[in-house]
Design a protein around this ligand. Sequence first.
Ligand SMILES: [Cu+2]
Length: 129
Amino acid sequence: MMKKYIFSLLAVVAITLHSTAQSKITETSLEVDGLCGMCKERIENAAYLQGVKKVNWDKETHQLDLVFRNDKVSKEDIIASINAAGHDVKSAIASDEQYANIHGCCRYRDEGLRANHGLGDARCTEEKK
Ligand SMILES: [Cu+2]
């Protein structure tokens, strides 16, 4: 009787721990502006903070896929780090000082460079006005 009770108690604890562990994982994506493979490396390095499990930025779609531990790092932390690296996020534009630090060939706000990469207007800078 007692043994059975302890067993079911353990089962409840195990299930609770399991669901708590799962809810700590956030899967989301951000729109981050950039041009080339160098940008990809810079964006992914900036996003890869402690607690981040997976990063992948797509040069064509500008989509950054993220998987992170929400008890260790927040989406806001990641956005701030990407901005600090000089890249615009749709919801948060990098400052001119931050943007000025990126490499000359990565100037994604430059219309001429965007055209060379087959990209249209800067998507994220629109919201700056
Ligand atoms: Cu680049």
